[in-house]
Design a binder for this molecule. Sequence first.
Ligand code: BGC
Length: 739
Amino acid sequence: VHERSPRRSARRRRSAAALAAVLALTGLPAATRAAQATPTRPAKARQAQSRDVPAGAHPWSNPSLSPGRRARLLLAAMTLDEKVSMLHGAAGSPVPAIGYLAPIPRLGVPGITMSDGPAGVRNGRKATELPAPVAQAASFDREVARSYGAVLGGDARALGQDQLFGPGMNIARVPTNGRNFEYFGEDPYLAGTISGADVRGIQSKGVVATVKHYLANNQETGRTTVSANVDDRTLHEIYGKGFGLAVKQGHPGSVMCSYNRIGGLYSCSDAATLTTMLRKEMGFDGYVVSDYPATHATTDLAAGLDVELPSAVNVTTAKVSEALGSGRLTQADVDRRVREVLTVLFRFGLFDRDTTATAHIDEAADNAVAQRVEERSAVLLKNDGVLPLPDTTSGIAVIGVTAAKSAQGGGSSKVNPLSVDNALDAVTARAGTAAHVTYDDGGDPASAAAAAKSAQVALVFVHDTESEGSDRANLSLPGGQDALISAVAAANPHTVVVLETGGPVLMPWLGQVSGVLEAWYPGARGGAAIARLLWGDVNPSGKLPQTFPAHEGDVPASTPRQYPGVNGRESYSEGLGVGYRWYDATGTAPLFPFGYGLSYTSFAYRDLKVARGSGTPADPVRVSFTVTNTGRRAGSEAAQVYVGKPHTRVTGPPRELAAYTKVTLRPGRSERVTLTVDPLQLAYWDSRARAFTVRNGHYSLAVGPSSRSLPLAVGYDVRTRKRPGAAGHRRPGHRRHRK
Ligand code: BGC
């Protein structure tokens, strides 16, 4: 582990920490947080400002010029003060917002409004409450993620927002991380591809997406100071890769640098990750905004930070002038940063439309998307035949507080919903007027058991509490809910548990219950979706994007040095052994593995073929196989392809997700699936060559319904040939053979 010493003074760190504490967002109602960040003023004032100069008055007002050209023209006309004003947040948004860049009326620069967040717009107004972001990853379906993003972008646009702080996509290194519900699970390929699709959805509405929190921001304990000490290869293959995929596949306008340190250096001050990794290696061409606040020096601008949020602390005209005078910053640094910001604003048409316009949100349409996301992402973990519930089910005991009011994650991803349904009403409606449905809030296990005893089926709704700002204390369901489930299961053999959690929980009662459905935080139409899933009106098809451990200690980062860290440093000594990679490498049996999820029908896999390809981007490997619905109901199956790489296989993960898709099949039907394996998934990060490289040797590809159930496998060899003059890049050739 390469440790770099922090450059900031203790005083600076203390004042940043104090500001962070003032802005600590957890627990504050959304409206309070919005008001704290940017006091609002009437829309009219701002419109008057932006009308100071008529449209078309400046050379950069010409929309037929490229965004880069317009940015350069505008930059050339700016004073230092005006340039600096593009590089920090300010007060004065005409519409409620979490962040704001002030307008420059003299030059026709509009004010830029920014708000959270990943699960729905949070600007102090009401918006669509989508299921927890992690549900997108559980769908194993890019189209679900794109539709989710389109709701985010559409709502943001309707609420007068130009930029949305989302998606969040840190890797679930520690299953108790309080923000895992906001992220996309433990696999970088899944997280990156889902994030890319979410970004495309958001940006399809003309709103700038912000992929966050870059980088290695994997715990809330000590979040504003802790240092993630992670080796270069792991940083690239596990923690960086998803961001790289999101950049490549989503082309996000913005990235948010995180609170934590990386190898001792604060993320927003770190040129190695912000400039070398993000811009040079991943090809990011947008602007970097800081978390709230996560800047530590004026020279962060030289490292790769573009915009200090929420307000000017380190990036003021006085401090920038001083840094220019002392040579710690160059004029080129400042100009580059301003140009990066302006180019994105032009690219998104923000100079060319009335960015303050607000509109009506189509609540019914957005809630329908929320419901569909939930239906495609809930994971059926156990079913001994109790599900789907037959139409004749006449006596149902509904138990638990989240049956009456669904769970949501806390912090900046908490949404003030336009409307939200509940499972109790939905179950009652679906059961029909002839059925007898009772409700018990589960506060007293004895009373809940009594209610369950006289029913045909008991549905127990339980939840965890995840929030930005702190990690879960452990993996157990809080508040006596384990005892509640056991009491109900003892009273009724047909007990189904509906989990509303953002991640794994221990299930000491698993052997006593008949069914378990992981519904995540189910969003605005979660009740309707859960009822449809329980009755089989829709067939469950979600798969776990994160391993569910069998025991508290069965986790990759299990020592205090690894988590929560000692003396402010967390040692990522597990290296690539994150999530299922560690369980597989150590032969540890999980409660439920990565990629796992049941259906009301069954699927069979056959005829795996690997199409010749060298593995280079121009000539990628293609995998084809046939999936058949062998049951009696229509259903969707998330088919997964895993690769075992040479060398890595011996010392690290035996297999890693390389491709996935979701197929929908009527009973008896088959589909021939062909997937292209992203060459990145065959490569390893070569720290010396500073490149992802496909290594010589034997590869295996395995296909199936989960990381622990891979009925099809094929091996092939890569023989490298050096390409003349291509340092660090190898051109592999392939020989294929069956195992
Ligand atoms: C969170 C970010 C969020 C920002 C603005 C910070 O505390 O870490 O995710 O976007 O606040 O609300």
